[in-house]
Design a binder for this molecule. Sequence first.
Ligand SMILES: [Zn+2]
Length: 184
Amino acid sequence: MMSSLQKNPRKTIHRNIYATEAIKCVLPAKVESVEYNPQWYYIACPTCNKTVHPVENESDDGSPPLFDCSKCDKLVSAIARYKLVLRVIDDSEEQLRFIFFEPVASAFLRNSADMLANEVAGQPPSVLPQALAALVGKRVLFKTGISPNNLKSTKASYRVEIIIDDEDMLAEFDDYSLPAIFCI
Ligand SMILES: [Zn+2]
């Protein structure tokens, strides 16, 4: 009985998450695609980061558009912020969705969402900026937390806390023959 358990140390994220919602996991996975519907960024208030909506501007004087922030209760100029969803496949062939927000994504991509959004301004949403297109096919390490939504549905996204594409760290992960996923 014991030996059959020991023979099968390979775990997947879904089989592993019944334990506790406070669990954190690290796993290598290959990026299959970057979701663009909805887009990989949202239009935010630069002060509070809440989603903002444009206000009608009747004058056509070329002034920059203004947006209404209901939280700050004023008109603001907006900025793009990451809400980046990657579809990945982990080493157990399981398909997962990972979501990242501004601090994690901009540190990893070394560019703010606003800079990348400017790069593809005026193009259809399916046209990705170079830094995002380059992720497709890449194997990376993700550190993610498991939320109550992940416990309820296998379709829920995992929120990424750290993403690393360092080749040496990936090789080290493989060398230690760790299970497909490593949880603490
Ligand atoms: Zn605001």
